[in-house]
Design a protein around this ligand. Sequence first.
Ligand code: GTQ
Ligand code: FE2
Length: 366
Amino acid sequence: MKSDSSVRNDAGALAGIVPGVNLAAEPGRMDFYERARGRHLAPLWRVLHGLVTDRPAPRCVPAIWRYAEIRPYLMEACKLISAEEAERRVMVLENPGLPGESRVTQSLFAGLQIILPGEIAPAHKHTASALRFIIEGHKAYTAVAGERTMMEPGDFVITPSMSWHDHGNEGDAPMVWLDGLDMHIVNLMCASFRESYPGKVQPLARPEGAAMAEAGHNLLPVDAKYPAQTSPLFSYPYRRTRDALDQLARFRGADPWHAYKMKYINPVSGGWAMPTMSTWMQLIPDGYKTAPYRSTDSAVFTVVEGRGSSKIGAQTFDWGPHDIFVVPSWVAHEHSAVGDAVIFVYSDRVVQEKLDFWREDKSNAA
Ligand code: GTQ
Ligand code: FE2
């Protein structure tokens, strides 16, 4: 007889939480469960409603990281380890509902990367795609697939799957950005590969600005082929994004749920800029309050400008510039701004859309 406590003890523990199972009959079934387990078989009826839930049941919880509180930890990390030794000097934002899993939501990774003047984060490549959202600093670059781009606060920068990338800081102050990665999605399907570049930095094949010249003006070279699903534009400067929102707000009324929400697009397809993570920028005008909204994507919000607060489920979070907060799947949320607020957001929406299961709810029902 096996002494597996999960089989022996759970008839009582499961009382009242396994709909459709006659718990009074369970003890008489225990011997069967144990023998089946020996053959690597398990009865679906004991787990079905935890697998196919009536509605999203995220373990991820609403949470906020206030920049003023976490920035000192980034600075302290700089005293303890170099960018080179760490490979990437990143403090991972761990969702309080998923401790130790390096997840900001169940599907997404978020980390704050810091690179000091003169440092280099060495070149590597991997299956996972990354997005960078620049928080502070100047004169640091990332090189992606043979081209460099300088990074400025508010810029959104893409590292596509399997492209070589290295980062360097040529300025005189630390640079900090938010990393968003899809490795948990990659790992769900056990598809991860990674390689170090032989050498600290990759050689540059194109001048800075080449991608912007080629794809950044609503024009594309006539015969160019773009087999990848990621945007060939790998930097979306804040100046342009901010200007677009500003101009839009001059002639359009604010949407009740979104205020002004503009998605970053891939100019080749017109779809989302990245194949695994949706990205957008949201402008909430001074004094505006959005209506309660929920959707099945989980999202990471980074405040660029302005102050305000968000009610996420039952909790209310006050936020200001550089604060980062999380909205889990299907949790109703509403935002209000004091002064015009600009917020960068990434989520797993694009994956869900491709798989035909993304849903939203504008009914105001929490
Ligand atoms: O900058 O290449 O936060 O590969 C995690 C994995 C950053 C990066 C992260 C990475 C990187
Ligand atoms: Fe990387």
